[in-house]
Design a protein. Structure first.
Lengths: 510, 467
């Protein structure tokens, strides 16, 4: 019986104009956008490979270990699944310096391969966005007359004269419409995947296909939710035209208006006072350290001899053979970044300065180790402050978006694709671990206190044994775990709506 | 005709869609005003603080004409538009400042002179908040109003045909176009009412607040924007009538209209822009640095070649001055070229998107609201004018000093007398309504043309339609 019902509904739906239009428009938009996104991804990938190569060479040009500051740079590869949901992949920086004097975060990152910044004026459209707009609309168009239409035409009365449970009728309608909606979804996804595989630059592995499967599943839940919203409206209205009108307004509000309105209305920026106090605290710690440094030099009889430049090391401690001294500073109150580092470069230290060298080595041992400690200490303050300034408002914004199915869908697919905030943060925690590994390597090999730290004349620097940076996107399991809450919410909404419709339909008179 | 329009109007006023449209528009417009009132004072304050700081810097430099000329007039800030609530115009993605640069030393131990320098990074790299469109007038008009227009007309003809009332109406002795125009006007007025109401509430809220002042110029601009909104609504009403006439069932008519709407309003602008942007590849930042480096090296060679022989002292200063100025000019020219290529790319992309009416409407609203890309170009032009004025001022002041040997570019050749900071030309980031109007004329005509084409299409279809 159910089969006959489904068959009837399916035929009804498949032969309609709206179905043809649905397939056509989804295909058109998805294919057009895939081409655009694919090209964009390839460009970003090329920029990434060039940047990695350049950084690699740049580091090898350094003759002393201290020269690694500003030369040891790691890059974030573009995510191939950003074609499905762009998320933050393009929005945040993808080039970050690894240095012992600060902990790298999202906010310290810059962009490699600087493309035209004005192009940011145009919003980018990913495949999920196409589904988000078009499939929801189609689901509503399929649903608005499912019940109201049959009631108007009188066929509902006819169907109900048969000894069938009303729930079956509803279920048959639901299944057949979902099957119809699945067609454009799957065909267009298939086409875009075919397009992706034709590109030599996109390498999708098994995990990626699993993730795409997750995206499809989420899309299904999303489309189903909109179909049920339409069905609900159709069940409570008497006339199809009213149902249609209501459906369109609901679509407009949920998809178009709400997400933009809520984030315009709710200001999600932190209080500036807290920011300033934390920044001052960090700055103070560094200034204190500066004084300690001077004290250290003063205590060392050899280094502090006035003829050798005294407390300030601008004269390079009077070492004969110093080519230049440098300082490496960052002072960005907006991201609570502050540090001050000084160093020197000696090409060839002359023999008369040799006795002084151990003292300088000793000084750098103290200076670098203490710098690392200071960084650890300030990080304890900086981390929660950055969370409060940037992460919390962003999460609040995403939370508010979740009141619309659009927000849930976006968040879940972002999590699957790994372009959500957590996915991006994975990269930066890898970079933080890498920094730690580099520092540990410097400790192990006694590089901080070595002569090669500042002088290029004895012994060579070995960049090849330095810990290599590699970044793997998180496991599919983790993606699934991150996407699950939102998917469950979507599922719950689906179930609740279905029950509501069932109740309304059973109680309603024909 | 008026009779039909009136009938339509009454029909619409009592309908669900009218009520929903009114609520939607009012809600959006009021939120827009409230958010604007909250944000605008902060924006102005930030701008004023930045400008004051820039002026303070200038005062410090003004203790010697040479220092002032070398270190330049300081940062030049873009003045925030008071009509930001009409169009956000992607302002967060655009730099709000043009800086200058001066090098501490260039070849030969000389100090570099000031040149214009444009920021080339995205300003909001630290922003990890979800990306959304701000609810401004451009959004409300572009997206919401067009959707409402479609919902008001999709069944205008086909619905009546389904009900059978169309046949009845056509039995009356009146020309068909009156019916069509009547329906059009009826729909336009019934959308115009909630729109006007919402706009008035919005402006009432904004104009009564003491935090922001709108000048007479702003009101003229608002008038033009309102006219654009009406024209744009009319365009979509005409489209609705056209499709509604051609299609026998209203459900099909709505499906077609919605798909057209989704394609043209939501997807075409961004997708086409991305495609069109891909056609050209402007100079990258790396290339820019490389070009700069090459020019710099060449300059240095020329310098060394000149001083390979013995040179008279008077000529030496003359040459050094020219050297410094030429270096700055060359570098500025490369900066300009880099910027021009980037701008051309965006301009082409924007041109291409103009096959979609929403892109035209949004560009128009942006340019009249004084935000967005066109405004940014004007700002850049203003900074260039200012740079010229500034250099002229330096030359004039220098020639007024009898002790100076009038060789700009080097300390020995220039006046070192203090300058009164008030005498230095102030950077004025002005907007001109006439200029905006002329620039937007093409877009406006395009919009009118589209409207006329669609309306006559609807007329032709309706005249031939069989009932």
């Amino acid at each position: 019986m159910l089969k006959t019902l489904i068959g009837r509904e399916l035929l009804d739906n498949l032969m309609t104009f709206r179905f043809a239009a649905a397939v056509f428009i989804t295909l058109l938009l998805v294919v057009a956008n895939t081409v655009v996104l694919l090209k964009d991804y390839e460009q970003r990938l090329t920029a990434y490979t060039t940047a990695v190569q350049e950084s690699h060479e740049e580091l090898r040009e350094e003759k002393t270990y201290s020269g690694y500051g500003g030369a040891l740079i790691v890059h974030r590869p573009p995510n191939p699944l950003s074609i499905f949901n762009l998320g933050l992949d393009k929005q945040v920086g993808n080039k970050i310096e690894v240095y012992h004097a600060f902990v790298p975060t999202i906010w310290d990152a810059e962009k490699h391969g600087a493309d035209n910044p004005f192009l940011n004026l145009f919003t980018s459209i990913d495949i999920v966005l196409v589904f988000q707009g078009v499939l929801s609309l189609l689901a509503l168009i399929f649903a608005y007359d499912a019940l109201a239409g049959e009631r108007e035409r009188g066929t509902l009365r006819l169907v109900l004269t048969h000894p069938i449970q009303r729930g079956y009728i509803l279920f048959a309608k639901y299944i057949s419409a979902m099957l119809c909606l699945l067609v454009p979804l799957l065909i267009s996804l298939l086409l875009s995947i075919i397009l992706l595989t034709t590109s030599t630059k996109v390498a999708l592995n098994t995990d990626d296909f699993l993730r795409i499967g997750g995206i499809v599943l989420t899309s299904l839940l999303y489309v189903s939710l909109f179909y049920l919203i339409g069905l609900c409206i159709s069940a409570i209205t008497r006339r199809t035209s009213t149902a249609l009108m209501l459906c369109m307004f609901v679509w407009g509000v949920l998809v178009l208006v709400y997400p933009n309105l809520i984030l315009t209305a709710v200001e999600i920026t932190p209080k500036p006072d807290a920011k300033i106090s934390v920044y001052n605290q960090i700055k103070q710690t560094w200034e204190e350290f500066e004084r300690e440094k001077k004290q250290f030099i003063r205590n060392d009889a050899v280094l502090s001899r006035p003829s050798r430049g005294g407390e300030d090391m601008d004269a390079g401690f009077g070492l004969e053979g110093v080519e230049y001294t440098f300082w490496k500073d960052e002072d960005k109150p907006s991201i609570l970044l502050y540090f001050h580092q000084t160093g020197l470069y000696a090409g060839k230290i002359k023999a008369e300065s040799e006795p002084q060298v151990p003292h300088v080595q000793n000084y750098y041992n103290f200076y670098n180790r203490e710098t690392v400690n200071i960084v650890e200490r300030t990080w304890l303050v900086r981390k929660p402050a950055l969370e409060a300034i940037y992460v919390q408002p962003a999460n609040l914004g995403r939370m508010l978006l979740r009141f619309s199915p659009v927000g849930l869908y976006d968040a879940a697919t972002e999590a699957w694709a790994g372009t959500d905030l957590k996915g991006i943060q994975d990269f930066f925690s890898t970079v933080q671990r890498h920094r730690r590994a580099v520092v540990d390597y410097f400790y192990d090999k006694k590089i901080f206190e070595s002569r090669q730290w500042f002088a290029a004349d004895k012994g060579t620097v070995d960049w090849d044994t330095l810990p290599q940076f590699s970044f793997q996107r998180s496991d599919t399991g983790i993606n699934a775990k991150r996407a699950l809450p939102d998917m469950l919410l979507l599922l719950t909404m689906n179930v609740i709506l279905f029950m509501v419709i069932l109740l309304i339909f059973i109680k309603s008179e024909v | 005709m008026w009779h039909i329009a009136k009938r339509e109007l009454y029909d619409n006023l009592n309908s669900l869609r009218f009520a929903l449209a009114t609520v939607l528009l009012l809600g959006l417009m009021l939120t827009n005003a409230a958010v604007y009132l909250h944000e605008q004072p902060k924006r102005t304050q930030k701008y004023n603080a930045a400008v004051t700081e820039s002026v303070n810097d200038l005062t410090v430099r003004a203790d010697s004409l040479y220092t002032l000329a070398r270190e330049g007039p300081g940062l030049l800030y873009k003045k925030p538009s008071s009509l930001r609530f009409c169009a956000e115009g992607g302002e967060p993605f655009l730099p709000n400042v043009v800086g200058g640069a001066f090098l501490w030393s260039i070849s030969g131990g000389l100090k570099g002179f000031w040149r214009l320098n444009y920021p080339s990074t995205t300003p909001n790299l630290t922003d990890i908040r979800p990306n959304v469109t701000k609810v401004d007038w451009a959004f409300i008009i572009g997206y919401v109003l067009s959707l409402i227009a479609i919902l008001f007309t999709f069944d205008a003809i086909s619905g009546e045909r389904e009900l059978g009332t169309l046949r009845l109406m056509l039995a009356n002795p009146m020309p068909r176009y009156t019916i069509l125009i009547g329906k059009f006007l009826g729909a336009l007025i019934s959308i115009g009412i909630p729109l006007t109401l919402a706009v008035l509430m919005n402006l009432l809220l904004i104009s009564t607040s003491s935090a922001v002042q709108l000048g007479p110029d702003a009101w003229e601009r608002l008038g033009i924007i309102f006219f654009i909104a009406i024209l744009y609504t009319g365009l979509f009403l005409a489209l609705g009538l056209l499709v509604s006439t051609c299609v026998s069932r209203s459900a099909v008519s709505l499906v077609i209209l919605l798909l057209i709407w989704v394609t043209f309003v939501v997807f075409v602008p961004s997708t086409l822009a991305s495609i069109a942007g891909g056609f050209s590849s402007p100079m990258s930042t790396d290339e820019l640095w490389q070009r700069r480096g090459e020019l710099y090296a060449k300059r240095w060679e020329r310098y060394d070649a000149y001083f390979a022989e013995r040179v008279e002292r008077s000529k030496e200063i003359q040459f050094k001055g020219e050297h410094v100025i030429a270096e700055a000019e060359e570098q500025e020219r490369v900066n300009e070229e880099h910027l021009a290529q980037q701008i051309d790319q965006v301009k082409f992309a924007r041109r291409t998107t103009q096959i979609s009416p929403i892109a035209i409407a949004q560009h128009l609203i942006e340019s009249f609201a004084g935000t967005g890309f066109e405004r940014h170009l004007q700002f850049l032009e203003n900074t260039r004018t200012h740079a010229r004025q500034f250099r002229k001022f330096i030359a004039d002041t220098d020639s007024g000093d009898p002790e100076s040997s009038h060789i700009i570019g080097i300390r020995q050749g220039m006046s070192e007398k203090p300058v009164s900071p008030a005498a230095v030309p102030k950077f004025e980031d002005t907007l001109n309504l006439n200029q905006d109007f002329n620039a937007a004329m093409m877009d406006l005509l395009l919009l009118v043309l589209l409207f006329v084409v669609l309306l006559s299409g609807a007329y032709l279809a309706f005249v031939r339609v069989e009932v």
